[in-house]
Design a protein around this ligand. Sequence first.
Ligand SMILES: Nc1ncnc2c1ncn2[C@@H]1O[C@H](COP(=O)(O)OP(=O)(O)OP(=O)(O)O)[C@@H](O)[C@H]1O
Ligand SMILES: O=c1ccn([C@@H]2O[C@H](COP(=O)(O)O)[C@@H](O)[C@H]2O)c(=O)[nH]1
Ligand SMILES: [Mg+2]
Length: 232
Amino acid sequence: MWRRSISLPLLFSQVRRADELKICQSFSTEIIKPVDDESYSRRNSPFVAFVLGGPGSGKGTQCLKIAETFGFKHIGAGDLLRKEMYSGSENGAMIQKLMTEGGIAPSEVTVKLIKKAIESAESRKFLIDGFPRSEENRMVYERIIGAEPNFVLFFDCPEEVMVKRVLCRNEGRVDDNEHTVKERLKVYKAITLPVVNHYAKKGKLYKVDGTGTQEEIFERVQPVFTSLRLST
Ligand SMILES: Nc1ncnc2c1ncn2[C@@H]1O[C@H](COP(=O)(O)OP(=O)(O)OP(=O)(O)O)[C@@H](O)[C@H]1O
Ligand SMILES: O=c1ccn([C@@H]2O[C@H](COP(=O)(O)O)[C@@H](O)[C@H]2O)c(=O)[nH]1
Ligand SMILES: [Mg+2]
């Protein structure tokens, strides 16, 4: 049974009072509908937080810190697709092409990989990093998984900061170049931001300032997770 020591409506109000997180500032001013976490308790479903933000906004970096500190399993949608790409699967060439072009993989492919990762994990608390990237992704996830996320963490970061970070990343990614990052930003603004907006309207969005040092950002993120008391 999932438990936490504080209800989310109370958490939201505490966070607002403390002004530690800038929630939904540019999307909606209020949390309209508190997260219905009790339904998750009853079904004993996994606890899922989506982590969204533009390319280089720091999603992966902060997810590693959250996972280590709060015992979440980190599932990077892009990481799953990269693994699939290098596995020699029939989808490999298709994934490589769309990643190089900054596009979005077919929803069924990504959701199937996420479902497998959730089902094979021992943890029941998940951070799903970099997904959903489109409204279609979101709807296919909800249909196949049969649930919405408990909340969505969103890193808000200026474009020039994100581009600088991506171009300094040295991990040999096929998309870490000037051309692809520009394409990714276009896709992010046109196709991913509507998903962020959707969750803001539902009162499920935690918007965090993604500028500053990694440690400063983690300071802003921590209150969200320290307030959750989920059994493992
Ligand atoms: N606060 C920060 N200040 C400076 N560099 C950072 C900061 N956070 C992350 N980085 C670096 O910026 C790069 C991008 O960060 P990260 O991979 O976490 O972003 P991301 O949102 O996961 O991007 P993508 O969507 O491309 O996977 C990495 O090289 C990371 O080490
Ligand atoms: O749900 C997803 C996640 C990722 N992609 C593709 O992968 C790259 C890199 O993703 P990161 O999350 O930044 O590692 C992304 O630009 C997409 O091309 C995807 O299609 N769907
Ligand atoms: Mg990442």
